[in-house]
Design a protein. Structure first.
Length: 258
């Protein structure tokens, strides 16, 4: 393969699908992809934003849907196929959780966590794979909880760990097709969704003073930077990997700067 050029950072002409793109990390990734030249299709249960400068024929596509609904996902996939005929990048960002001791999580609550953080990802991948060819990239957004204990979030953490495992297995399965599969594990990137979960936690279970080893919190744009890297030619030989966007938390284990 030829040496990389400065244009390797660009995503010009690529079609990218981003789930959970109405806010937070998903929105930041969609906006970054657009800034680097991609055509972007986004979806969310809340009404996704659309780039006013990227409308019209070949422009952005936004749909309001629940990614847990396989029928809605198929409608979304058909819309992407009709607009562009292919998918070059798929970012599975949608997900969610709630705080509760494991013993207090009902069977219904457990199914919700499984569907919202794992099953919908496998469904989205199956729907988009027929549109993906050599050079395509799948990026799964997991969490630091996939790599450490998470009291009060046991099922959520287990599903994120399952998504990490799925990422590695699919990286090998899809390698013969030239499709790369990687993950981003964010932490310490405050978002609206995280704030809502944190506010529901009992006093004392979250210490807002503790910060990552880098000495500051990040923001959704930091995860977007990792996604741009994994989506494009700069990462053309990277697959089955997890990029920890967390200010050093994963590397530090249980240690954090106070």
């Amino acid at each position: 393969m030829a040496a990389l050029s400065p244009d390797a950072i660009l995503l010009t002409g690529r079609v990218a699908v981003v789930t959970g793109a109405a806010r937070g990390i998903g929105r930041a990734i969609a906006e970054a992809f657009e800034a680097f030249g991609a055509q972007v299709a986004v979806c969310d249960r809340d009404k996704p934003r659309r780039d006013r400068a990227n409308q019209g024929k070949g422009g952005a596509l936004a749909m309001t849907l629940d990614v847990r609904d396989p029928v809605a996902v198929e409608v979304f996939a058909r819309a992407v196929a009709e607009r562009w005929g292919r998918v070059d990048v798929l970012v599975n960002n949608a997900g969610g959780t709630f705080h509760a001791p494991f013993a207090d999580v009902s069977a219904k609550g457990e199914r919700t966590l499984i569907e919202e953080n794992f099953t919908q990802v496998t469904g989205m991948i199956r729907s988009m794979l027929p549109l993906m060819g050599a050079g395509a990239s799948i990026i799964n957004v997991t969490s630091s909880e996939a790599h450490q204990a998470a009291p009060g979030f046991a099922v959520y953490a287990a599903m994120k760990a399952a998504l990490e495992s799925l990422t590695r297995s699919l990286a090998l399965e899809l390698a013969p097709r030239g499709i790369r599969v990687n993950a981003i594990a964010p932490d310490a990137l405050p978002t609206e969704g995280e704030s809502g979960v944190r506010e529901s936690m009992p006093a004392g279970e979250f210490d807002p003073v503790r910060v990552p080893p880098l000495g500051r919190l990040g923001d959704p744009g930091d995860a977007a930077g990792a996604a741009v890297f994994l989506a494009g030619d700069l990462a053309r030989f990277v697959t089955g990997a997890t990029v920890h966007v967390d200010g050093g938390i994963h590397a530090a284990g249980g240690w954090r700067r106070v």
